[in-house]
Design a protein around this ligand. Structure first.
Ligand SMILES: [Zn+2]
Length: 441
């Protein structure tokens, strides 16, 4: 063994020891998603909630799950001024994202304790948001929350409690309690109408969900342009923070700034803000009305929602003779994280666009270290990003926002992401035009 090799091994050993210690002393971090396995995406039965008011007449206290986005499966009185709510998923196995939303009111002003209980395989995840009108939300202060059976471990998920008890102030006016801000199909479509009116954009329907809700699309930019990009969000119902980032991203592209106007002269941007309206309105944890994780169905297309998008992409390319250069899919998870394709995946219409873009985002936000995890696993290609890349040669990314990322920062990140993307795409396009005209000499 030569000197260099010995040094190399020693260096490696030290790095390993350091890494282990560094890991130990840190607070738990999100470890990234576990490897995705091939799953059967044919329709499975789901359990629907009974929508109703749950009365506790002798206490004069009432709960309701009778509204879009609600989830409250069972409730019982478990003590003086104490009620325990059971939250179960639409079906199982399922990702650990127990969504809940309910309303509560009381004949007289009082304080009550409400426990959220989940099936054995799940833990509490979302910090409760409260609202007086279902529109403006704020986090319930942590002093009003008791965690029960808090977990231990080195991931955020592991440290979550089994259950929580919330202390709520109730009165005759209903109090809304929800896992995240309610953004149901009604809210999403109202946002689409508003921005369409303000910026003179077109809204179309590419088809219907499993239960017949419209899958709506917003079109921004140059009509019939050959330069196209796709934006989708809310395949997974509880992932509201990803949706909020998508809103900021789209609002920036559609605004009156010089850059955005210039970008829109050449580009057509197709936006589907709500991929899973049935799941959202029915308060699902994860799946669509077919009981399937839509982001595992991008090879088989057994469910209508993803299939509509794939048909749209093919049709639009045929009609315009153009290409989709970029596809972005907004999600939420424990922490902010970007999942691009690997840097070696250069078989796209704009090679390395996404990685260059992520570098620019990092530069544009001072003191911000983006968490970038290029995917190493290309098969199975059943997630949207891999489908965009393999089937349409799009530069593609899963853009994840943390459940608890401050809402102001989500907006900022969404906006910066749009600005940097437009800049880089315009620059790439100019470079292409220049080299094309050079060739023609
Ligand atoms: Zn997701």
């Amino acid at each position: 063994m030569n000197k260099l090799n010995k040094f190399g091994i020693l260096f490696f050993a030290f790095t390993l020891i350091f890494a282990v210690f560094a890991q130990d002393s840190k607070t738990p971090v999100f470890q990234g998603q576990t490897p995705i396995r091939e799953v059967d995406t044919t329709t499975k039965p789901i359990e629907n909630q009974v929508r109703q008011v749950f009365p506790f007449e002798e206490d004069g206290v009432y709960f309701s799950n009778d509204f879009d986005g609600a989830r409250l499966n069972q409730i019982e009185k478990t003590g003086e001024n104490e009620y325990t709510i059971l939250i179960t998923p639409e079906n199982a196995p399922i990702n650990m994202s127990p969504w809940y939303a309910f309303k509560v009111w009381s004949n007289k002003k009082s304080e009550i304790n409400v426990r959220l209980k989940y099936p054995d395989f799940a833990k509490h995840r979302y910090s409760p948001q409260i609202s007086k009108d279902g529109r403006k939300w704020k986090l319930l202060k942590s002093k009003y929350i008791t965690q029960e059976e808090k977990g231990e471990g080195d991931t955020i998920a592991a440290t979550r409690p089994k259950r929580i008890v919330m202390r709520l102030k109730v009165s005759q006016k209903p109090l809304w309690v929800s896992a995240q801000e309610l953004q149901t199909s009604k809210h999403v479509f109202a946002w689409m109408d508003k921005i369409a009116k303000k910026r003179n954009l077109k809204i179309t329907e590419i088809g219907k969900s499993k239960l017949g809700r419209p899958i709506k699309m917003l079109t921004i930019g140059k009509k019939d342009s050959k330069n196209m990009m796709l934006v989708i969000s809310r395949q997974h119902p509880p992932e509201v923070t990803g949706y909020l980032a998508m809103q900021a991203f789209v609002e920036k592209i559609a605004d009156k700034s010089k850059l955005s106007k210039k970008f829109r002269k050449d580009w057509a941007i197709y936006v589907i803000p709500l991929m899973n309206p049935d799941g959202v309105d029915n308060g699902h944890w994860r799946h669509n009305a077919g009981g399937i994780d839509l982001n595992r169905d991008w090879t088989k297309f057994n469910q209508p929602e993803g299939k509509l998008v794939s048909e749209f992409l093919k049709k639009r390319q045929e009609e315009t003779g153009g290409k989709f250069y970029f596809g972005i899919d907004f999600h939420s998870t424990w922490d902010d994280i970007y999942y691009p394709m690997g840097k070696d995946q250069t078989n796209s219409h704009m090679p390395n666009l996404v990685h260059d873009w992520l570098d620019k985002i990092k530069e544009a936000i001072p003191n911000y270290e983006p968490n970038i995890r290029p995917t190493q696993r290309l098969k199975p290609a059943m997630v949207s990003r891999n489908y965009f890349y393999f089937s349409h040669k799009m530069e593609a990314i899963v853009y994840e926002i943390g459940d608890n990322t401050p809402r102001k920062f989500i907006k900022k990140k969404g906006k910066v992401a749009a600005v940097e993307l437009m800049k880089i795409m315009l620059a790439r396009q100019n470079a292409k035009a220049t080299s094309a005209s050079a060739k023609s000499y």
